[in-house]
Design a protein around this ligand. Structure first.
Ligand code: NAP
Length: 249
């Protein structure tokens, strides 16, 4: 196994399950020490931490809700105090509240934007203070294919993910001179709790639009993240990298 992240400190938000868990394990297997974030429930990341250790790496839990600015600042200060640096930030935490536009509730709009967009902003701002001092950093934001192409019934989710792409490009421009890269990944439909919640009819409809004819796996997204935070991608910044089975080209 490639150990090109040995000695690096990585923060992965929303790491208790799904894509975040797979990312934590992939980075740990390459040697990074993982701070696995979970919103409010202590010990939520126990499984992730065990999986990171089984993969030959090290991990610990860090509890904060990404939508809480003060909590995020406190969390990153604690990580920096403990680890002395933050090399990698993966903004993975996300929620999806879906519904048709005309009936969409203010509270669902606000909560989706608060977690998916405000949360990424708070984390990037907090981590970049540490990265700027070190003149090194790798930031990956998990957007979505629907943030590139739009999707009926997902007005808040799509808006948050499109804005996350804008945030990524701005961060990339602003921090490039400090040797910090920022890229977005835009997954298509990936097998996790988020998509398992969809009913069979919706899944069958999705398949028609995926040339490779299947949902992706969290581990496949994690491999792409590993590449984007590793030494072979030093000249890639401000990009939106699709991983979607061909559903958007
Ligand atoms: P998931 O299985 O629902 O996991 C989401 C994770 O985010 C959970 O661990 C959740 O914590 C955490 N989270 C939610 N709100 C949070 C908050 N306020 N603060 C910190 N953590 C929070 O989703 P997933 O499918 O793995 O998705 C991960 C990311 O990929 C999301 O940003 C999603 O939008 C994006 N994405 C997913 C797909 C897909 O098809 N699955 C496609 C494109 C993009 P709890 O465990 O405590 O709930």
């Amino acid at each position: 196994m490639n150990k090109d992240l040995v000695g690096q400190i990585a923060v992965v938000t929303g790491a208790a399950r799904g894509i975040g868990q797979a990312i934590a394990v992939a980075l740990a297997s390459r040697g990074a020490k993982i701070f696995a974030n979970t919103p409010v429930t202590q010990l939520s990341c126990t499984e992730t931490i065990q999986a990171c250790r089984n993969a030959g790496g090290d991990a610990e839990e860090i509890v904060f809700d990404v939508s809480d600015s003060a909590a995020v600042d406190g969390g990153f200060e604690a990580i920096a105090a403990k680890a002395g640096k933050i090399d990698i930030l993966v903004n993975n935490a996300g929620i999806s509240r879906d519904g048709l536009l005309i009936r969409f509730k203010d509270e669902d709009w606000k909560r989706t934007l608060a977690v998916n967009l405000d949360g990424a902003f708070y984390c990037v701002r907090a981590a970049s203070k540490v990265m700027i001092k070190a003149r090194y950093g790798r930031i990956v934001n998990i957007a979505s294919v629907v943030g590139q192409m739009g999707n009926a019934g997902q007005v808040a989710y799509v808006s948050s993910k499109s804005a996350l792409i804008g945030l990524t490009k701005t961060v990339a421009r602003e921090l490039a001179s400090r040797n910090i890269t920022a890229n977005a990944i835009a997954p298509g439909f990936i097998e996790t709790d988020m998509t398992l919640a969809l009913d069979e009819k919706v899944r069958a409809e999705h398949m028609k639009g995926i040339p490779l004819g299947r949902y992706g796996q969290a581990a496949e997204v994690a491999s792409l993240v590993s590449f984007l935070v590793g030494p072979d991608s030093a000249y890639i910044t401000g990009q939106v990298v699709g991983i979607n089975g061909g559903m958007y080209m």
